[in-house]
Design a protein around this ligand. Structure first.
Ligand code: ADP
Ligand code: ADP
Ligand code: ZN
Ligand code: ZN
Length: 745
């Protein structure tokens, strides 16, 4: 039924989709718009990408498939003409301390090749220039660039005895296995404070040895064990809790031997054009790109040309302020997504299906055209590009637009407009109307109640920045990517640690967490059920005998996969209903516990008249999460949804300082208005709001603006402007001002 030039979706029904049928041109850019919860992800990720992935897996043998995630067939009558799909999302790259911008983009191997062709004195073949290879790594830090010193005074409290808990690391505490081996060794007086110990006792504690008498089999000194179990591990591989504990007992210092470069002396002595591989890796990409052509010789010409291509892509996407030696663990979600993009740009694959999730995140209005250039470049290589996006400047790049709606959740799930950016801008849909609307810059800023000063902030690229953040109003920190916004806000948080951070990091400690547990609603709901049925409230708890034994109340069963994200399948025992049948028979105003957990926030706000429950559900509606179901696992929420859930649970505070990092992430233009309403309410209740934002609608409505720049990296780090949005309009040299003026025209 479809031509080869189109992807055909026939009657798709995933999540809220209502029998959606549509055709998507291949080898073009299609942008999907619509309010949050309208069904964009259900169509693009859960239907199209999932089926493309599943069809690809079918091409493997049954044996190979055994190692791959089992994708269920998405709920649709048919999907035709798909290509192999690559999803370029905002998940942070992560990795470990050995993973850098250079290694992840495959630019590092090219640099090694450059040095092995043109470096003098010559150090070896190309891999000998790698800090991950024994031939190239610094022997002192083994290629990590940092050394870790154990802080003995933190690890051991010498005023205490072994029995009194002298060893401070909780895993070595009284009664723990390692403590038993020390205290049970018979070598020490377990009640004597450590400061009264002899040198020999002290040495035996730390390093073992037979000076005090033969040590028992398996005995290991405290320092040796601590080094082996913790110091030798990469902190990037530790669980968050363990890392935080570990960092209390060590101080990390730049490796003195290699000066943090990770390379050994031989590698660092080898130079091309006067620069070692360590020098080249430490340069910002922009500087490196300017230098590269001067390094070309007959021997190195082809390598230099490839390097210019790759490094050029990094700069083109707006990451010119990053250096190749930057660890991937320190990159933000938006930076991670753009790096992944660079990787795909250099790939020679064609006829792929590339799928992007809000690629404009973290990009200043000035740089959105760069993103558009790269999307076009991917298309022009013969690929099909699908983009879920809210930014009107990205929508404008589309060859084809698909607008979902009309509302969210059960009020959405339909295609309400298909056409071009021009026809969408004229359409009578929420998106169309928003595209035509232009809000003015705030004329009257609210009066601050005081100010919080950040003094002499100098981390990363900040140049002794001192700024004041007015209290009782909304301040937006603006500036191009890499200009120093996050670093400035981090400095603010160091000086005012009581501030409430509402960011996009994941919420929920375990897989049973859902909005109903996170907001604390479940306790109240359990009590109501218990009172109505004359039974114990614990019956309705996920970790009680009342929960389905097949899934422990999760409704789904998780299969962990070693190298990939886990896979979720509905629980067969309860059919996703989470509780045993006898528990489900209890009702509250006609609804069973599983039905209540299946309610959306909006339904719950109507259903519950009890003040605490009504308020909690209402707060979710207010932050634009009206479509979210109370029992939906938090692990399925996007970053933007997590952030709004945190905001909802914090709304009732007063006199606090809120720090929001790009709160418009995942929000449609229409939802941004709602977010601004919440921010206004926070301020009206006496709170202070400090936010990092690129969205011009939010910037226009702030009371105060701190604009950073002028550029990213070493060419940024200064405060360009402090004042009201109205004053900013008149500022001559700020990129932000320029785009605000365009919006006013
Ligand atoms: P959008 O991408 O437009 O924000 P989604 O496709 O994520 O919208 O969501 C559409 C609807 O489907 C929403 O009501 C959402 O709560 C629901 N939904 C999405 N994912 C799931 C899921 N894994 N389980 C249950 N409901 C879901
Ligand atoms: P913004 O928030 O405006 O995008 P950042 O504050 O993240 O900017 O970055 C400012 C500068 O500091 C950039 O040059 C960036 O590369 C550098 N930087 C940020 N985080 C780190 C880090 N963890 N390690 C090294 N440099 C960093
Ligand atoms: Zn070193
Ligand atoms: Zn179950």
């Amino acid at each position: 039924m479809s031509t080869d030039g189109e992807i055909a979706v026939v009657r798709a029904r995933e999540n809220n989709l209502r029998e959606v049928s549509l055709r998507i041109p291949k080898r073009g850019i299609t942008v999907f718009t619509g309010v949050s919860g309208s069904g964009k992800s259900s169509l693009v990720f859960d239907t199209i990408a999932a089926e493309a992935q599943r069809q690809l897996n079918e091409t493997f043998t049954a044996f190979q498939r055994g190692f791959l995630p089992q994708y269920g067939r998405p709920d649709a009558d048919a999907l035709e003409n798909l290509s192999a799909a690559i999803v370029v999302d905002q998940k942070r790259l992560g990795g470990n301390s050995r993973s850098t911008v250079g290694t992840i983009t495959d630019i590092a191997p090219l640099l090694r090749l450059l040095l092995s062709r043109g470096g003098a004195p010559h150090h070896g073949a190309a891999h000998a220039y790698s800090f991950n290879d024994p031939l190239g790594m610094c022997p002192a830090c083994e290629g990590i660039g940092r050394t870790t010193e154990i802080d003995l005074d933190a690890l051991v409290d010498r005023s205490l005895s072994l029995n009194g808990g002298a060893i401070q690391h909780p895993d070595f505490g009284v009664g723990k296995w390692f403590w038993d081996t020390l205290a049970g060794s018979g070598l020490f007086d377990n009640d004597k404070p450590l400061r009264d110990w002899t040198d020999v006792e002290w040495r035996t504690l730390l390093r073992g040895g037979d000076a005090l008498g033969p040590t028992p089999k398996g005995y290991e000194g405290l320092l040796d064990r601590f080094t082996r179990v913790y110091v030798r591990k990469d902190t990037a591989d530790m669980a968050e809790r363990n890392r935080r504990i570990f960092l209390r007992f060590v101080t990390a210092a730049t490796c003195g031997r290699c000066e943090g470069s990770r390379y050994n002396d031989g590698v660092r002595a080898s130079r091309v054009g006067g620069h070692s591989i360590a020098d080249l890796s430490a340069m910002e990409a922009t500087e490196l790109l300017a230098l590269l052509p001067t390094l070309a010789t007959p021997d190195t010409g082809p390598v230099v040309a490839s390097l210019v291509d790759r490094v050029g892509d990094l700069v083109a996407i707006g990451l010119g302020y990053l250096s190749l030696d930057r660890e991937t663990t320190s990159l933000s979600g938006g930076e991670s997504q753009r790096i992944k993009m660079v990787r795909h740009l250099s790939s020679s694959l064609t006829d792929m299906l590339y799928i992007f999730d809000e690629p404009s995140i973290g990009l200043h209005a000035r740089d959105v055209h760069r993103l558009n250039d790269l999307l076009r470049k991917l298309r022009d290589k013969g690929n099909t590009v699908l983009v879920v996006e809210h930014d009107p400047d990205v929508v404008a790049v589309a060859d084809h637009v698909v607008d979902m709606g009309p509302g969210a959740g059960e009020h959405g799930g339909q295609v309400v407009h298909q056409g071009t950016p021009q026809t969408l801008a004229a359409a009578d849909t929420v998106t169309g109307r928003e595209l035509r609307r232009r809000a003015p810059v705030r004329q009257e800023s609210r009066t601050p109640t005081g100010r919080l000063v950040v003094r002499d902030a100098a981390r990363h690229n900040l140049r002794d920045v001192t700024v004041s953040v007015p209290t009782g109003v909304v301040t937006a920190v603006t500036g191009v990517a890499g200009s120093g916004k996050s670093t400035l806000v981090a400095a603010f948080l160091e000086q005012y640690p009581e501030a409430v951070v509402v960011d996009q990091s994941a919420v929920g400690a375990n897989r049973r967490s859902s909005p109903v547990t996170y907001t604390g609603m479940l306790d109240g709901i359990r009590r109501l059920f218990a009172r109505a049925g004359g039974v114990s409230a614990s019956l309705f708890s996920f970790n009680s005998a009342g929960a389905c034994p097949g899934c422990q109340g999760m409704g789904v069963v998780w299969t962990d996969l070693a190298f990939m994200d886990g896979v979720r399948t509905p629980c067969e025992e309860c059919g996703g209903r989470r509780f045993r049948e006898e528990v489900r028979r209890h009702t509250l105003r006609g609804r069973s516990i599983d039905q209540v957990l299946g309610m959306t926030a909006r339904e719950a706000a109507d259903f519950f008249t009890e003040p605490a429950l009504h308020t909690a559900a209402r707060a979710m509606v207010d932050v634009g999460l009206d479509y979210l179901r109370l029992g939906q696992p938090l692990s399925t929420l996007s970053g933007g949804e997590c952030q709004r859930l945190k905001l909802a649970t914090n709304l009732h505070r007063e006199g606090s300082v809120y720090v929001l990092d790009e709160p418009t992430t995942g929000l449609h233009m229409a939802d941004v208005g709602r977010l601004l309403g919440i921010v206004d309410r926070l301020v009206a209740a006496g709170n202070t709001v400090l936010l990092i934002e690129h969205n011009l609608e939010v910037i226009k409505q702030a009371d105060w603006i701190i604009d950073m720049g002028p550029e990213g990296g070493s060419r940024g780090g200064r405060v360009l402007f402090e004042g009201t949005p109205k004053q900013l309009l008149a500022s001559p040299d700020s990129h932000t001002a320029e785009f605000l003026r365009r919006g006013e025209a």
